[in-house]
Ligand binder design. Structure first.
Ligand code: HEC
Ligand code: HEC
Length: 310
């Protein structure tokens, strides 16, 4: 019985990386008076309706931050192929609930879309709606459209707007739009074994501003522990990541960049790879890396990776 109980606990994915659909306080009133909205350092003005649009131009607050987008990235194809740039943003910088895909190679991008399509990336919480949305896109998109999107995203230079901060206490959080956000007027609480990745200003996240700043609070000591596991392999517990992911963890050939990516995203990948909820592509090459890692090891590793420059 004891081992069964242990299994039940282990089977629940860490909720800080796999947010539930909603928590208390998740419903936010969304008034729309049709007025023009703005974000800092942008001359663009958009209404709430334009920001929520699918099948027409996606919000693009900072056109100078990226090359001209092909239609599949900027508009998508109705009814099922939402524009890649809607979720991953025009810069490919992504958000905590999805993935930064800027600068990934076309081969890797194609392999991963195929993995979503073939059922190889259901994720450890197969009901998590950002994941099921990506799977819907992957099933409906054509090979030619993926090639166009991949040719675009590979040219965009990766950037990060995530600041990693060690802390013992963190703001109270609730779930909004698939991510954790600070409870307005909330107090502080112990961090525990979690990373709390939140936008500085929820409004900029909701306006889909590609320069939205985030703070990722990580437990005190996790950066040092993560650095050791990543650079040395922790005395045989895992493998030094740079062997395959490149000297600065910026990617090597078709092996993806790790530096400066969302710690929530990276955690989902390590957890999924270890638990068989991500296969396909060249994932077999990650097997030896994840097999002996505990959830705490993974947390420390992704804290460190997120703190590196992309
Ligand atoms: C509705 C939102 C949404 C749209 C639209 C979308 N994606 Fe995604 N995508 C996601 C999510 C969510 C993930 C991350 C899943 C996870 O956490 O494992 C993802 C992950 C990916 C990955 C994996 C990245 C990696 O490093 O392994 C690739 C590649 C990708 N998407 C490409 C695309 C392309 C190309 C398009 C347009 C044809 C697209 N996506 C449209 C939500 C979306
Ligand atoms: C033997 C080569 C190898 C080593 C060593 C290795 N990786 Fe990987 N890693 C890969 C490959 C190949 C992929 C792409 C998997 C796929 O195609 O699905 C990958 C993918 C990943 C991903 C998913 C990234 C994404 O874009 O979704 C993460 C996270 C990751 N590795 C973390 C690590 C960490 C952390 C280490 C060191 C502790 C490490 N890897 C060591 C080969 C390796």
């Amino acid at each position: 019985m004891a081992s069964l109980a242990a299994f039940a606990v282990a089977a629940e994915p860490p909720r800080w990386a796999f947010p539930p659909p909603a928590t208390a306080g998740s419903t936010r009133p969304a008034p729309d008076d049709g007025s023009a909205l703005h974000v800092p350092d942008s001359t663009v003005a958009l209404t709430k309706k334009q920001i929520a649009a699918h099948g027409s131009a996606i919000p693009d607050w900072h056109p100078a931050d990226h090359p001209a987008m092909p239609d599949i990235v900027a508009k998508g194809r109705e009814p099922q192929v939402f524009a890649c740039g809607y979720c991953h943003l025009p810069t490919g910088g992504g958000r905590p609930e999805n993935s930064s895909i800027a600068g990934l190679t076309p081969t890797y991008i194609k392999q991963q879309v195929l993995a979503f399509k073939n059922g190889d990336r259901p994720g450890s919480d197969p009901k998590r709606s950002p994941q099921t949305s990506m799977i819907t896109v992957a099933k409906a998109v054509t090979e030619a459209e993926v090639a166009e999107a991949a040719a675009y995203f590979t040219t965009v230079k990766p950037a990060t707007f995530i600041k990693v901060v060690e802390a013992d206490t963190v703001p109270q959080t609730y779930v909004v739009g698939g991510i954790w956000a600070k409870v307005p007027g909330g107090s502080m609480e112990p961090i525990g074994n979690r990373i709390i990745e939140v936008p500085d200003e929820l409004e900029r996240f909701e306006l889909r501003d590609s320069r939205t700043p985030y703070v990722a609070y990580v437990p005190t000591g996790s950066l040092k522990k993560g650095a050791e596991l990543v650079t040395t392999g922790g005395g045989g517990k895992t493998l030094p990541c740079a062997i395959c992911h490149g000297p600065d963890l910026k990617g090597l050939a078709d092996i993806p960049r790790l530096a400066g990516r969302s710690p929530s995203y990276l955690m989902r990948q390590l957890y999924d790879l270890k638990n068989g909820a991500r296969t396909g592509g060249n994932s077999v090459l990650m097997k030896a890396t994840v097999v002996n890692l505990t959830e705490e090891d993974m947390l420390a590793i992704v804290a460190y990776l997120a703190s590196r420059q992309p």
